[in-house]
Structure formats: structure tokens, C-alpha cells
Design a protein around this ligand. Structure first.
Ligand code: MIG
Length: 815
């Protein structure tokens, strides 16, 4: 396979890079220069600036009662320039706070946080303002590497020096988040590097991989804080890996610049993080539909054949992907004339069958092989000087799929606009969404980034180099794409999916976890990866169902669907020379089970979409580790072979071959087996049967699960009736709130949604269900509501009423 030959060419470079990465993370930050003691301070309306003996400055800014920013400049003043591509909100209205100065201590207090700053040595401590409980404390003063000791081969001396902050490691402290890491849920005792990298076939422990989200959550005795180290340079996070004493983070350049979030709940931290770095906007609802891909479906008739197969076999499908071979010689914004002679006719034809097309768009713009070759994307970008150049002015020419290529300098606002507008070529042909790949950016010449170190980006006039801009490249490309689609189709919600990212990516794009293996280990890794991404501000996640590399089999594919059928992104995808992997490829036995799960996904769409809207509004992701819902339960702190969707569904998939039974941990409270309605009392692990056609799934007592009819695709028919399945808690109570909107347009942002609260309680003769008057201006049209009582011991009648948009009460009686 050509692709891997290209990759092995760079193996030596990779090995060198990895070696250096390892030595760096093992390096000792205790050798670094420490910031000097505080000699004076000044205060403004929002912040306190500390002047240090060594001419360093530290600035603490109060953004919210639970959010404080810490910025430090070593042996110099805080620069006036203050810019980050990650930050969405800067206009915080300053909350109530005060400053106390004592001879040894400076204290900043908000309603929620108390920041105690020791003057000499300069040590910062964060405490709960009410209980004074310690949350997080500097283990040593913030430090910097004046002598260049902590550098890797990728270090650009012109870009700055290593900066670090070190925190005391709690004996029982757990670490979560940090974006996309091929690692388990609790990151305690692990260390990581952030340097966006194309890493096909990664396995647990491989680091770094595609994305950089330098945000983590610390949890100790049920109390959580968050730290977002907003620094896009190659960064390091060490959660007690090399020392019992400290959890530290640092970067090979840029500023010591971090945001401290206080919970105590993780959900609250995620909300604040979303306020700071941007809320995910709702994608079109069809993005929650089933998606099918492979590298690559061509020509157009093959795409149609796959769709026909789906329809013939009664398997739901919403989206087909065109991978790189749809293009004319890998030229982005073009279609191959032979393979796809009439893209518009194709999207229209598939559109009539309810299927959308998403095309891949890589960053590499083909560089012409001779002077007479005309290609609009290259010609325009070259003429406008939008392509990246080296410090000496030479065009930077990486080698990717088109061969010699160029990359756009996406830090240029005009270049982003131009790139976004180029998507007219897709939109005009009815293409529904854009898939950004290879945006680490990957370069077959050298995957480490070493060859790009002298590439300069405009960066708001700062003209900074690769060391700073690599990790934000994908963020800015996704931004250009998203904003372009928004301009081209203002009445549609853009749909973008990306491989690489930096913090803030949720404003522009959904994501998938790249080139996984078709193995059981890779399948098991899905769960901690999805939940960690959710704890890092990326709610819309998923991975290639069945795995991308290597030969799968029916059993693995089925178990893979049993994880992915409830992930926001549900797409089967396969590498170019891999054995076919569509749901029917291993025979009817497996296909039938896959159909069951795909149909169940579509039935549960009212529930899934409600959970997605919650993520948009609150930052709390749909796909959750149990600890997010049960933060006070230590049994959940490293539980990563089961997950929850929203507040109410608990799923415990089988992650090994030939296994049909497993332990499932159920937190405190009553739980119902989704399949049998059998009631369990939680707070313990139970052993359950899980033959191949069953994924153990439980509903929280107290929940009401809304569902609709099975669909072949979203919008096929009205979601009617909506069935509310009632699972009472020990007091006979249950409730939910259903969210709906038009699923396509941005009108929901202006109130065009409908939220319907439904609750149930014990009545004299049965169960009383109340439906509150709905909120919001969206009108779904006439339809029915059905109420079903779930109990394993008694039989209740199902009740159906017309949903007339009024508050209602109905009673469900026993048979
Ligand atoms: O160098 O476009 O992760 O999903 O099929 C490989 C071809 C490039 C990597 C993506 C994968 C995609 C493949 N791409």
C-alpha cells in the first residue's frame, strides 16, 4: 500500500522524534529557573499584577467567581499583545471580588474562590472561598528555562523558551480530559505531549496523536477543578508520572498562561470551559444519522450501489462519504471527470433516497508540476500570496496526496475567507458537509514537523513560526470551512468533521478519532477516548466503526456497533486496501444484529438529540464517563469499560472476543434492564448475560426516555408518535425534558425550538403523567404522545393522546 510506504520513508525521523519526546517528558523541571519573589503589586478593576524581584510579572485576572486567569512573563513585563485562537469570550463582566494584602500573603477572593499568593517564594494556592478547602497548590514557583536545557529536537530557539508550572500532586487526585489521547480515562501517573501528529494504527500509549486540547480536570475527594493551559506550542503534561510530588505542565515557548476553573462539579467546569472557548453549535440533525464511508467509493455508480444495498436490506442510512479519490488528481475543490462526471445529479438522486454526501477536503493544495498546469486553487492562492512560506521567503512545499503541495496560511483572515468561499464548488453540487483530514498538518516528507520549523505564519502580524502554529492549524482550517459554509448557506447549519484540532474546535467542527485498528484493543480504547474528549469540550465524537486498519470480522463489527450506535458520530469507515466492512459483509447473522442497533439508534433520536442540545447549551457531552453523572462515587473514577449517554442510559458493551457475560457497575439507585425491564438496586456490580445480539444497557430509575418510530433516514416521516417510556424511582417519580427543533436551520438560536417537560408520579389508581405546556416557538405539527410504564412485575396499559401543545395530565392504569 502506497500510503504506508510513504509513511515508512519517514520512520527514521519519527523514531528520532519519539526518542526526543521521551527524554523531554522524563526531563526534570526542577532544574529550571524559578520566578522571583513578589516585590510590589498593582490592581485594576479586573486584575492584580505582581511585580517580581527578577523583573518578571504575574497577572491574575478575575473573569468569573469560578474562573481566574493566570499569566506570567519571565524576567520581563506582561506583553500588551494578548491573543488566542482558542478563546471565544473576552468580555466577561467582572464579578464581585476583593484583594487583601498581608506581609507574606496576597489574597484574592471571589464568591467561590480564594487565591492565596505567597510572596516569597511566589506560590499560588486555590481554595474554596466558603470552606477554605485546598483545591490546587503550586508545588514550586512557576519556572522558565533560560539556558535551553528542556528542549526537544523540535524546539525553535527563536520561538522562546520552555515555561512550566508545577502543582502538588494529591495522594488521591485523579486527572481527566486532555483531549484526544490514546490512553485510559484517569490520566493519573501518565504523561503526555501535545504536538498534532498523523499516527495511523495508534495503540494505547502512543503519544502524541492528532489533537491538542491542553485542558484537564483534577478531581480529589469528589471536588473538581480545571486547568486550561492556553499555549499552542509543543506542550507537556505530567500527572505524577516521574515524581510523587508534582503534576506539572509546560511548553516549549509562548507564555505561562492558564485558566483555573472551580467546580466543585465537573459539569459546571465544562459549562465555563464552553463559555470561554465556545459552545458547540448544533449540527444538522442528520449528522446523528447513520453514516457510511470507505477509502474510497468510486465511481458514482458504486456510491449508488452502496446506498441501494442499504435500502434493499432495510438498514438506515443518512450519509455517504467521498474519500480522496473523488478528486481530479487529489486536487481539492475538483471532481474527477470520469469517476464523478455529474456530482449534482448524484447528490440529487441520492437526496431523493434520503442520503447526503460529505466530501473530504485536505489542506494540501497541489503544486503544479509544470508552469503551464492551471489549477484555480493553486493559481488564486499563489497570486494572493496565501500559501505558507519559509523564513527565507521560499514557498513551503510539503508532499501529501497530490504530490508536491502547498498549505494555506489560515492565520490570514482573507485567506480563511477565500478558502471558505472555494467550498462553493461543493455546495453548488449539493454536497452536505465537509470532512477535514491530514490537518495536523501531515507531511509525507517529514511527519515530525522538524522540516516545517522555519515556516512562518502571519499570526495577526506577529509572523510566528511552526512551533507556535502547528497545533492550531486544523482549528483555523476548520474555522475557514465552517464560516465559509455559513456564508454560502446562511439558512443551514454547517457540518464539518475534523481529525486534528486545538482547544475551541467545538465552535467549528465535530471530530473522529482517526486511523484506528480493527482490533479488540482499539475497540476498548473507544470508550475512554470518547469520554475524555467529552470532558475536554468536544461533545460530537466517534470513531470508525469496525476499525480502520486491518481485517475485521463479524463479531468485532457487531460489538463495535454496540459501542458506536450511541456515539454522536456513527460512521463505518475502512482503509483503501482493507477488507470490506459494510454491515452485510460478514453474513446475515451479523447484519441482522447490526440492523437491530441501527434501528434502535433512530428510535432513540429524540433522546439523543435532546442530549446533544444539552451539550450545545451547557457543555456537558452526550457520551459520558459514569463519573460525570456520579462524581461522588469513587467506584466510577477509573471506570472506562462502560459509559452513559445523557443522564439516563448506561451501556456496558462487550469488548473482547468470545465473551458473552460481563460485570456491570450500577451506581446507587434503582436501574432497569433496557431489554427485560428487570429492576436492579445499584451501588454494586452485577454480572449479566450478553450474547452477541445483546449489549447490556440499563435505564436510570427516575428517567423517562422519549423515542420515536424507526426511520430509514432522518426526516423520512414525522416522528409520530413520540413514546415516553417511564422508569420510576423508589418514590414512583420520573421526569424528562424533550428538546426539538427543525433540525436543519440556525433558527433554534432565536428561540425556534420546543422543550416539553414530562413527569410522572404515583396516582390513586395508577401513574399520573403530566405534560407541561411546551416552551419555545417551534411547532412540530400535529402528532401523538404515548406513555408506557416500564416495570417488570406489573402490566400497565399504554396511553396515547394528541399533543395539542397544552399542559395535560393523563393516568396510566394497570391491566
Ligand atoms: O493518509 O483519505 O484518517 O480516514 O480514509 C491517509 C484517506 C489519509 C486518513 C484518514 C482516513 C482516510 C485516509 N486519510
Amino acid at each position: 500500500m502506497k500510503y504506508f510506504k510513504l509513511q515508512t520513508l519517514c520512520l527514521r525521523a519519527l523514531v528520532v522524534g519519539l526518542f526526543c519526546a521521551v527524554t523531554c517528558s522524563a526531563q526534570d523541571i526542577t532544574t529550571l529557573e524559578k520566578i522571583g519573589p513578589v516585590v510590589s503589586l498593582s490592581k485594576t478593576e479586573k486584575s492584580v499584577t505582581l511585580n517580581c524581584q527578577d523583573n518578571s510579572q504575574v497577572q491574575l485576572t478575575v473573569l468569573a467567581p469560578d474562573l481566574i486567569r493566570v499569566r506570567a512573563a519571565f524576567t520581563k513585563s506582561i506583553p500588551t499583545r494578548d491573543h488566542s485562537w482558542a478563546i471565544a469570550k473576552t468580555d466577561w463582566s467582572t464579578p464581585r471580588w476583593n484583594l487583601k494584602e498581608a506581609s507574606d500573603l496576597i489574597t484574592i477572593t471571589t464568591d467561590e474562590l480564594e487565591v492565596a499568593i505567597r510572596r516569597s517564594p511566589l506560590l499560588i494556592e486555590f481554595r474554596d472561598a466558603r470552606t477554605h478547602q485546598l483545591l490546587n497548590a503550586d508545588e514550586r514557583p512557576m519556572s522558565y528555562d533560560a539556558k535551553g536545557r528542556l528542549t526537544s529536537l523540535l524546539f525553535d530557539p527563536k520561538a522562546g523558551m520552555f515555561v512550566a508550572a508545577s502543582k502538588r500532586l494529591g495522594f488521591d487526585e485523579h486527572f481527566y480530559g486532555l483531549g484526544e489521547k490514546a490512553a485510559r480515562l484517569d490520566k493519573r501517573r501518565l504523561s503526555f505531549i501535545n504536538w498534532n501528529s498523523d499516527t495511523p494504527g495508534y495503540i494505547e500509549g502512543k503519544d502524541p496523536i492528532y489533537q491538542t486540547i491542553p485542558f484537564y480536570i483534577g478531581l480529589q475527594r469528589g471536588v473538581a477543578y480545571g486547568i486550561f493551559f492556553d499555549n499552542s506550542y509543543r506542550s507537556y503534561f505530567n500527572f505524577g508520572r516521574t515524581s510523587q510530588e508534582r503534576a506539572w505542565f509546560g511548553a516549549e515557548g509562548g507564555e505561562m498562561n492558564y485558566y483555573f476553573f472551580y467546580g466543585p462539579s465537573i459539569k459546571k467546569i465544562l459549562g465555563r470551559y464552553a463559555d470561554l472557548t465556545g459552545h458547540m453549535q448544533l449540527p444538522p440533525m442528520w449528522a446523528l444519522g447513520n453514516q457510511q464511508s470507505r477509502w474510497s467509493y468510486y465511481p458514482d455508480t458504486m456510491v449508488e450501489e452502496v446506498v441501494n444495498e442499504y435500502r434493499k436490506r432495510d438498514l438506515p442510512l443518512d450519509v455517504m462519504y467521498l474519500d480522496i479519490d473523488y478528486m481530479n488528481g487529489y486536487r481539492v475543490f475538483t471532481f474527477d471527470k470520469e469517476r464523478f462526471p455529474a456530482p449534482k445529479a448524484l447528490t440529487e438522486k441520492l437526496g431523493r433516497q434520503g442520503v447526503k454526501i460529505v466530501t473530504i477536503v485536505d489542506p494540501g493544495v497541489k503544486h503544479p508540476t509544470d508552469k503551464n498546469e492551471r489549477y484555480h486553487a493553486f493559481d488564486q492562492g499563489f497570486e494572493k500570496n496565501f500559501f505558507q512560506r519559509r523564513r527565507n521567503g521560499d514557498l513551503f512545499v510539503p508532499r501529501v496526496w497530490p504530490g508536491d503541495s502547498v498549505f494555506v496560511d489560515f492565520t490570514l483572515p482573507e485567506a480563511r475567507r477565500w478558502w471558505g468561499d472555494l467550498h462553493r464548488a461543493y455546495v453548488d453540487n449539493g454536497i452536505a458537509g465537509i470532512w477535514n483530514d491530514m490537518n495536523e498538518p501531515s507531511d509525507f516528507v517529514d511527519q515530525t514537523g522538524k522540516n516545517q520549523l522555519d515556516v512562518v505564519s502571519y499570526d495577526e502580524g506577529e509572523k510566528t513560526t511552526h512551533a507556535k502554529n502547528r497545533n492550531t492549524f486544523a482549528l483555523l482550517m476548520a474555522r475557514a470551512t465552517y464560516e465559509g459554509l455559513e456564508r454560502l448557506q446562511p439558512d443551514r447549519r454547517p457540518y464539518v468533521i475534523t481529525r486534528a484540532a486545538y482547544a475551541g474546535i467545538q465552535r467549528y467542527s465535530t471530530m473522529w478519532t482517526g486511523d484506528t485498528n480493527s482490533t479488540w484493543d482499539a475497540l476498548a480504547l473507544n470508550i475512554p477516548m470518547f469520554t475524555s474528549l467529552g470532558l475536554s469540550g468536544e461533545p460530537f465524537v466517534g470513531s470508525d466503526i469496525g476499525g480502520f486498519i486491518g481485517r475485521g470480522n463479524g463479531e468485532l463489527l457487531v460489538r463495535s456497533y454496540q459501542v458506536g450506535f450511541l456515539a454522536p458520530f456513527c460512521r463505518n469507515h475502512k482503509e483503501n486496501d482493507g477488507y470490506d466492512q459494510e454491515p452485510w459483509r460478514f453474513g446475515k447473522h451479523y447484519e441482522d444484529i447490526i440492523r437491530k442497533y441501527l434501528k434502535l439508534r433512530y428510535e432513540l433520536l429524540p433522546y439523543l438529540y435532546t442530549a446533544l442540545e444539552e451539550a450545545h447549551r451547557t457543555g456537558v457531552p452526550p457520551f459520558r464517563p459514569l463519573l460525570l453523572n456520579y462524581q461522588d462515587d469513587p467506584s466510577t473514577y477509573n471506570l472506562d469499560d462502560q459509559f452513559m449517554v445523557g443522564d439516563d442510559l448506561l451501556v456496558a458493551p462487550i469488548l473482547k472476543p468470545d465473551v458473552t457475560r460481563r460485570l456491570v457497575y450500577l451506581p446507587e439507585g434503582p436501574w432497569y434492564d433496557y431489554w427485560t425491564n428487570k429492576k436492579y438496586i445499584g451501588g454494586t456490580a452485577i454480572s449479566v448475560e450478553a450474547p452477541l445480539d445483546v449489549v447490556p444497557m440499563f435505564v436510570r430509575g427516575g428517567a423517562i426516555i422519549p423515542s420515536g418510530p424507526a426511520l430509514n433516514y432522518i426526516g423520512e416521516k414525522p416522528v409520530d408518535p413520540i413514546t415516553f417510556a417511564i422508569y420510576p424511582d423508589n418514590n414512583g417519580l420520573a421526569s424528562t425534558s424533550l428538546y426539538e427543533d427543525d433540525g436543519l436551520s440556525p433558527a433554534y438560536k432565536r428561540g425556534a425550538f420546543r422543550r416539553t417537560a414530562v413527569s410522572a408520579r404515583r396516582g390513586l389508581r395508577g401513574i399520573v403523567v403530566s405534560v407541561a405546556a411546551p416552551q419555545g416557538s417551534y411547532n412540530p405539527g400535529p402528532r401523538k404522545f404515548s406513555f408506557v410504564m416500564k416495570a417488570d412485575d406489573r402490566r400497565f396499559k399504554e396511553v396515547t393522546i394528541a399533543d395539542d401543545g397544552q399542559a395535560r395530565e393523563v393516568e396510566i392504569r394497570e391491566h
